[in-house]
Design a protein around this ligand. Structure first.
Ligand SMILES: [Zn+2]
Length: 89
């Protein structure tokens, strides 16, 4: 019982941090985008402008956090400040 409650607090704290982060991004006119790397457990959030994300999505590209690319399944098309734009094979 005590352990379960502790886990709930961890998730609650994580959600609060995420919400605060997302609100900050929206305020700056940016769009929070979850890292699109091949790790299904990755929940890192990148902040792109809506235009940046729409443009790369229209081209069929994906966006991953720096260092999250998997050379076996994707190649880096372009490197930005703190993220890479990749093409998946
Ligand atoms: Zn990732």
């Amino acid at each position: 019982m005590g352990v379960q409650r502790g886990v709930q607090y961890v998730f609650r704290a994580a959600n609060e941090r995420l919400r605060t982060r997302l609100e900050g991004l929206t305020y700056r006119g940016r769009q929070p985008v979850i890292c699109e790397c091949s790790d299904p457990d990755c929940m890192e959030v990148l902040d792109l402008t809506h235009e940046e994300y729409t443009l790369l999505r229209d081209k069929g590209h994906f966006v991953v956090l720096r260092g999250h690319d998997t050379p076996a399944v994707e190649s880096i098309v372009e490197s930005r400040d703190d993220y890479d734009i990749v093409d998946k094979f």
